[in-house]
Design a protein around this ligand. Structure first.
Ligand code: BTN
Length: 268
């Protein structure tokens, strides 16, 4: 049995510079879902951007497309934060921007270089290690998003997690050593905070550039659904507005990031 590692808010706070994006954070032992709880705080308590909620355990963690997110308590990171809806027409910039920030934070802390499976998953090789879920929040003040991140750090999810083509992995397995979750969270928050400040300045170009460098899909054969049609081919690029370029037998098609759905993919 592993000793119970606890997130240490003081050590996390120490690493974050004053005056940066994150100004308030809460670490709770158990919640239903950090996205759900933080969204309700934003609605009911008028809590705003730069607030973070991390939990050691989620009893009803949520994933994209109505899926659930299951992770090992005290061995994972599950946290959410509030930020303005910087690009209401293209919320994908927040999802991909945060995924990108997580790849950088993970790399700095562990030496591992995850790829991004557009638009919100982090992979190590063929196995998923983390996911991002951004949702709009109805709040009394300006439009907000709640953005949640789940990372398998020192253990993969227990059985019962949503089925994947390959079993999910964790950072520890790939790095060959246990990872200090408090240090990792501090590193992620530095990168995510930096990303939020850039997006707030209207700078979004770096998101597509970063995605191209870390994309798991470029070069892969993939199947998408869009407007009730199926598209199959080889992914050639991500456009500046995060659409997918797909080379199909009928020619190149561009599938919008917000509404196209990735059904399956295979890297050769
Ligand atoms: C996905 O891969 O589909 C997204 C997973 C996002 C999981 C995180 S864990 C913290 C936050 N709270 C949730 O309920 N979900 C997100």
């Amino acid at each position: 049995m592993e000793p119970m590692d606890k997130l240490d808010p003081e050590r996390i706070e120490e690493r974050l510079e004053a005056g940066r994006f994150f100004h308030t954070f809460h670490v709770l032992d158990e919640v239903t879902s950090t996205n759900e709880v933080l969204a309700s705080w934003a609605t009911e308590k008028n809590i705003g951007e730069g607030t973070l909620l991390a939990a050691e355990r989620q009893t009803a963690g949520k994933g994209r497309m109505g899926r659930s997110w299951v992770s090992s308590p005290h061995q994972s990171l599950t946290f959410s934060f509030l930020c303005p809806n910087y690009f209401p027409e293209s919320p994908g910039f927040i999802t991909v921007g945060v995924a990108l920030a997580c790849t950088v934070g993970i790399e700095k802390e562990t030496g591992l270089s995850p790829d991004i499976k557009w638009p919100n998953d982090l992979y190590l090789g063929t196995r998923k290690v983390a996911g991002v879920l951004a949702q709009t929040v109805s709040s009394p003040g300006p439009a907000l998003m709640v953005v949640g991140v789940g990372i398998n750090v020192n253990a993969p999810p227990p059985s019962g997690a949503a089925p994947f083509a390959a079993p999910p992995t964790c950072l520890r397995e790939a790095a060959g050593r246990a990872i200090d979750r408090s240090l990792l969270l501090a590193s992620l928050l530095e990168e995510i905070g930096e990303t939020a400040l850039r997006l707030a300045r209207g700078d979004a170009r770096f998101v597509a550039e970063g995605l191209r460098q870390r994309s798991l899909l470029i070069g892969a054969r993939a199947k998408f659904e869009w407007k009730k049609r199926c598209y199959e081919g080889r992914v050639t690029d991500h456009t500046d507005d995060l659409a997918i370029r797909l080379e199909t037998p009928e020619g190149i098609v561009t599938l919008p990031g917000e509404t196209a759905h990735l059904v399956s993919f295979r890297r050769s």
